[in-house]
Design a protein around this ligand. Sequence first.
Ligand code: TDO
Length: 193
Amino acid sequence: MTQLERLAIADIVKIVPTRHGDDRGYFSEVFKDAWFREHVADVTFVQDNQSLSAAKGTIRGLHFQLDPFAQGKLIQCIRGSVFDVAVDIRAGSPTFGQWAGAELSGGNGAQLWIPTGFAHGFLTLEPHTIVHYKVTAPYSAQHDRGLRWNDPAIGIAWPAEAAEVVLSEKDAAQPSLADLPPSFTFSPFLERA
Ligand SMILES: Cc1cn([C@H]2C[C@H](O)[C@@H](COP(=O)(O)OP(=O)(O)O[C@H]3O[C@@H](C)C(=O)[C@@H](O)[C@H]3O)O2)c(=O)[nH]c1=O
């Protein structure tokens, strides 16, 4: 049975698909459209992404895209491990500015569903970590925005691997939540799929 757990922010859902183990290894249905629509969110995924991070302590994020290219994301780690985080940037949301996170790894097969209205990022906990994820809107460089990974106002409790981080130039220069123009948050607060 696939396990489903809502995190501290209930719109963030952790999913652990069943793994059928045998002498060869395991088999797992990692995404099934009808099941996902019924149990998690009635959305259509239009793009799959994959990133390899060579070093432990790599941070990617926190990222989101503006409407009309806002993306819901289904995140999975297929090699190594990450601490994966979503930050609520829905203006008017009772959990605005709060975060929820989970460890995703090739070993645990866990996934995180992050709807639109959240900024997303992760920290690699091992070298050569591969993250694979589905998104509900195509990439649009013009709509791509970010938030500072270590904004004290958000206060993400990153694991110890964040003591010495590897960051892109873009992510080293991301603004803090207080500096986001109001038009960059998702307003009015809508409980979107
Ligand atoms: C995200 C993305 C990037 N690119 C290109 C742009 C650039 O040349 C190169 C690397 O882009 P980035 O530095 O933005 O890659 P990265 O920092 O891995 O960005 C990703 O981070 C995680 C946390 C997310 O949530 C994703 O949605 C995405 O924003 O890949 C695409 O062609 N398509 C895409 O969908």
